[in-house]
Design a protein around this ligand. Structure first.
Ligand code: SF4
Ligand code: MSK
Length: 630
């Protein structure tokens, strides 16, 4: 096994289960990554095109011989930019369709007069969007907000409503560049159109369309997803949870909920607590029902209900390998098709629930938002009845960690308000956070987000980068699979304060917050945009002026490309630990890693070494501090 794909540096839980997988003859993502070597150099550099049936075309870079243009004449710049733009559009589509589903769920909730958990937030959004809420019943307000949110996907004129949340200088930049997101579906469709054969051949203009589609994600689909999820299911508040595969329980019916949208997992949280189902589990010989979460669904239910976080992207197969999972219930995104093959080796039922994501070999139990509890109960019964089919070979690692999570923007502001105020105002302001940054107690803040990728050791880049940053008094916020990595490594516990620089340690002790704040799932990166926007407005500067940065050390998905692109276009310096498939075009690489800074104030950087990545982020933060004269 080549060193770079080896999991020898992985934490013990992963290593134990990989050994069990090997003993059981089960293939995992690491095995397939090794089998895939060497990976295609054309694809890796982004200079392979299949956009029409005259292709596939590829451009030979490593020798003077071989084609330097596609059959239609597309250059390496055109090919690489088109490929990247299409990936960004797909990522934006995935996040935004999630947002649309949540808006629909709000619509059905209003129709069925289901409870709205955060009425205050609903009314605030209604006011922000010019919807008359006063004197209306809450379900009427919910219905109008849901309808307006759904309009954001295809309205014919104007721009996205949440764009107004951005600082004025940022909006002007977008206006000047012609990238103000208009309607989410339109902006995504435009990328697909303009990258069709014989359309846009200018890599800069292709990237302009990609930026607009990405902004439609961050300031559109994702923000709708986050905000309306908070409205429906509650805005997260800090609380403790357990994490890692040790959260599975030998004597219980274990249900792992995996994917992204909280509608399914929220219904499962209710269903597993139904007395008749708990009784049914006991009748089947189990002590109870243990619901745990994987990947971003795991983040969603952990943030709102304290459901244990079982693991991240590279641990999904290993959860099944324990032999203790009765059902792996999935909806959309980041679900490896291999799960059905792994499940076949044990008794686990892989249950797909979305018409958008069926997997051969899985049991399909379609989730209907209009009958959410009914559907969830059927799924739980399926899991309970599977308990008796467990085979003898059960191994649950002992390792698990604890941490405090649930840092929505509201919760962060409330917590940080304690830095300079002995008694915090209930709604809080960012003033204390800004004061701490200005005084130098905190040097700045950085976001660590994204997935796992075989190109870097599992979780190691997330964790090492976070440790370097907190050691240097940089507050870290995290989402997605990066959040799982950080909590497993203990970085969301009180003990993590020992790893901090003096300034950050003082803040953490004073406020009783960990140095790494869990802000949610992938769509919740929109929470980070909001926080940046509030800070910028308070300081009367643009987002690109703030001493902040972001990193996706182990990213792999198209969604991550969309996130990175909207973050850069929002003015953020973004360090990628894995190079995107663009390096075959020197012009595009330069555009992303340099020219974008002149245009948007943010840029991409590529740095696989987490310690070096931390250095770069710290340098960036210090440069911004100097420019702000703080
Ligand atoms: Fe080849 Fe051009 Fe067709 Fe792409 S669009 S496959 S480069 S002919
Ligand atoms: S789940 S997009 S592997 S973070 Fe959001 Fe994790 Fe990346 Fe999926």
């Amino acid at each position: 096994m080549p060193d770079k794909i080896s999991c020898s540096g992985c934490e013990p839980t992963t290593n134990f289960l990989l050994k069990k997988a090997k003993d059981n003859g089960v293939e995992t993502v690491w095995d397939r990554a090794v089998a895939m070597q060497p990976q295609c150099g054309f694809g890796e550099m982004g200079v392979c095109c299949t956009n029409c049936s005259m292709g596939p075309c590829r451009i030979v870079k490593i020798s003077p011989d071989g084609p330097k243009k596609g059959i239609c004449g597309a250059t390496e710049d055109t090919m690489a930019a088109r490929n990247l733009a299409r990936a960004v559009a797909a990522g934006s589509a995935a996040h935004s369709d999630h947002g649309r589903d949540i808006a629909e769920a709000l619509h059905y909730a209003a129709e069925q007069k289901k409870p709205i958990k955060d009425e205050k937030k609903l009314k605030a959004i209604a006011e922000e969007w010019g919807i008359q809420a006063e004197g209306c019943k809450i379900e009427e307000v919910a219905s109008k907000v849901a309808e307006k949110a759904l309009d954001e996907f295809g309205k014919p004129f104007g721009h996205l409503l949440f764009v107004e949340r951005a600082p004025q200088k940022r909006k002007e930049k977008w206006e000047n560049m012609g990238v103000v997101p208009r309607a989410i579906d339109r902006d995504i469709v435009e990328v697909l159109h303009s990258t069709h054969i014989g359309c846009d051949a200018d890599y800069r203009n292709i990237m302009r369309s990609a930026v607009r589609a990405a902004l439609s994600d961050g300031w559109g689909g994702s923000m709708i997803g986050t905000e309306l999820s908070d409205v429906l299911f509650g805005t997260p508040e800090p609380h403790e949870v357990e994490a890692n595969l040790g959260v599975l329980k030998k004597d219980c019916v274990n249900i792992v909920v995996h994917g992204h949208e909280p509608t399914l997992s929220e219904a499962l949280v209710v269903a597993v607590n139904e007395p008749e189902l708990m009784e049914m589990a006991k009748q089947q010989g189990a002590q109870g029902i243990n619901l745990v979460g994987m990947c971003c669904t795991g983040n969603e239910v952990a943030m709102r209900h304290g459901i244990p976080m079982a693991g991240n992207f590279f641990q999904q197969e290993l959860a099944v390998v324990t032999g203790a999972v009765e059902a792996m219930v999935v909806d959309v995104q980041c679900i490896m098709p291999s799960l059905s093959q792994v499940a076949r080796c044990y008794h686990t039922k892989l249950i797909t629930t979305s018409s958008k994501a069926k997997i051969p070999g899985a049991v399909h139990m379609e989730f209907d938002e209009k009958k959410s509890l009914e559907c969830a109960k059927k799924i739980v019964i399926e899991a309970i009845m599977n308990f008796k089919n467990r085979r003898g070979d059960v191994f649950i690692p002992e390792e698990k960690s604890r941490g405090t999570i649930g840092y929505s923007v509201e919760a962060i502001i409330r917590a940080l308000d304690g830095i300079t105020n002995t008694f915090a105002h209930p709604s809080g302001t960012v003033k204390p956070l800004i004061d701490a940054i200005k005084s130098g107690v905190l040097r700045g803040a950085a976001a660590i987000v994204g997935c796992n990728n075989h190109r870097v050791p599992h979780d190691k880049s997330h964790v090492e980068l976070a440790k370097e940053l907190i050691k240097n008094d940089v507050l870290v916020v995290t989402t997605g699979c990066g959040a799982h990595a950080c909590i497993k490594a203990g970085l969301m516990s009180e003990d993590a304060v020992k790893l901090c620089g003096k300034g950050l340690a003082t803040c953490c002790e004073l406020l009783k917050v960990p140095p790494v704040l869990h802000m949610g799932s992938c769509v919740d990166i929109s929470r980070i945009l909001q926080l940046l926007s509030i800070m910028s407005k308070y300081m009367n500067v643009d987002i690109s002026d703030l001493p902040v940065a972001a990193a996706a050390p182990e990213w792999m998905s198209e969604k991550a490309l969309s996130i990175g692109t909207y973050a850069v276009a929002s003015g953020v310096y973004v360090v990628l630990g894995v190079a995107p498939q663009i390096t075959g075009s020197e012009n595009l690489t330069k555009y992303l890693t340099s020219d974008m800074e002149d245009i948007y104030g943010g840029k991409f950087d590529i740095e696989p070494d987490p310690v070096q990545a931390a250095r770069k982020i710290l340098n960036h933060i210090e440069t911004k501090r100097k420019q702000l004269d703080i």
